[in-house]
Design a protein around this ligand. Structure first.
Ligand SMILES: NC(=O)c1ccc[n+]([C@@H]2O[C@H](COP(=O)([O-])OP(=O)(O)OC[C@H]3O[C@@H](n4cnc5c(N)ncnc54)[C@H](O)[C@@H]3O)[C@@H](O)[C@H]2O)c1
Length: 321
């Protein structure tokens, strides 16, 4: 198919992938959208269904069910293919199944001559983003994981509810593994420029233990949703659409993504969730926050857990740089 404009190729049109495609179309973010799935009928059916929404979309989008050759001219390849968590399963439990799938997907993409940006959402996302970087041979700034973008959104939503403020006016990050060892950065959490810790100090109705419950609900949100409906997808789909817009429109937006560390935060040779400036070139720069000692320790623990998972595959060393 001739190249008409900004092209996104989506690999994996399951719950997350098809919700992401729907979000892209609704927001008019890309000019071309190619759908690939090992279940070809599903991808084809999704392309048909999405095309029927075109008369209602804010701008024209060319959507088709394609194959790996379509990656040659892609600006962005988004991978949401692979197994998802079953009840009681952690994200790290998925690593063996999904690593194999990634080896074959990334090699197919690269065979096409692809030279754009990868965006990975499949879990365990930090590990599979590292694997995508290794398998592709692309510069690390052009391989991005969705990291803690969703956890950060959940955090802002719950803080917004608690303080009765629009979630978009809450500035607060979840960093580290997208998983059980992630951490909240309370030392840099603010609402309209006023520190959350100050709200707690000044007003009796707000309590430290409530903040701890908020974080626990963020960290365990996927378990709570999976128990109820089997999978989570709308939140991550909107997060991926947000990231896609930041990339294709060269926004230089600060988003919490899984980014490659090369000494930042005292760690190297790892992909992990941190705030980063995202633009048309991928990750322009990592925003290095001055963490408290307790936050540094938790972040190091999270990095060590991820390195221990990467080690059998890529020989990563579990010590900070
Ligand atoms: N990063 C996040 O914040 C986040 C949030 C939610 C889910 N996820 C992850 O996203 C992934 C997808 O979840 P889901 O609920 O959409 O799962 P799903 O089972 O609904 O979809 C997965 C899709 O991948 C396809 N697939 C499998 N192997 C493939 C291959 N080799 N090539 C092409 N397609 C292949 C399947 O046919 C299926 O359509 C999971 O790993 C899940 O844990 C991540």
């Amino acid at each position: 198919m001739a190249h008409l404009g900004k092209r996104v190729v989506l690999i994996g049109t399951g719950f997350v992938g098809s919700s992401y495609a729907f979000a892209l179309l609704n927001q008019g973010i890309t000019e071309e959208l190619v759908l690939i799935d090992v279940n070809q009928e599903k991808a084809e059916g999704d392309a048909m269904d999405l095309n029927h929404g075109l008369p209602f979309s804010p701008s024209p989008t060319k959507i088709w069910f394609g194959d790996y050759r379509d990656c040659e001219n892609a600006d962005l390849v988004v991978i949401t293919a692979g197994a998802n968590q079953k009840p009681e399963e952690t994200r790290l439990d998925l690593v063996h199944k999904n690593m194999k799938i990634f080896e074959s997907i990334v090699s197919e993409v690269m065979k096409s001559g692809f030279n754009g940006i990868f965006l990975v959402a499949t879990n365990p996302v930090d590990v599979l983003t590292y694997a995508t970087w290794k398998f592709s041979g692309l510069p690390h700034e052009r391989v991005i994981g969705s990291g803690t973008i969703l956890d950060t959104a959940r955090f802002r939503y719950l803080l917004g509810q608690y303080f009765r403020v629009d979630a978009r006016n809450v500035h607060a990050y979840i960093i580290g593994e997208h998983g059980d060892t992630e951490l909240p950065v309370w030392s840099h959490a603010d609402i309209g420029g006023k520190a959350v810790t100050e709200f707690i100090r000044e007003r009796k109705q707000y309590k430290q233990e409530d903040l701890e419950t908020i974080f626990a609900n963020v960290r365990d949100a996927a378990y709570h949703i999976i128990e109820r409906k089997g999978a989570t997808y709308y939140g991550i789909a909107m997060g991926l659409a947000r990231l896609t817009k930041a990339i294709l429109q060269n926004e230089n937006s600060v988003l919490t993504v899984s980014a490659y560390l090369n000494g930042e935060y005292g760690h190297a040779d790892i992909y992990i969730g941190v705030p980063a400036i995202v633009n048309r070139g991928g990750i322009r720069e990592i925003v290095e926050l001055k963490l408290s000692e307790a936050e540094k320790e938790k972040f190091s623990h999270s990095a060590t857990v991820l390195k221990n998972v990467l080690n059998p595959f890529f020989g990563n060393k579990a010590h900070p740089s």
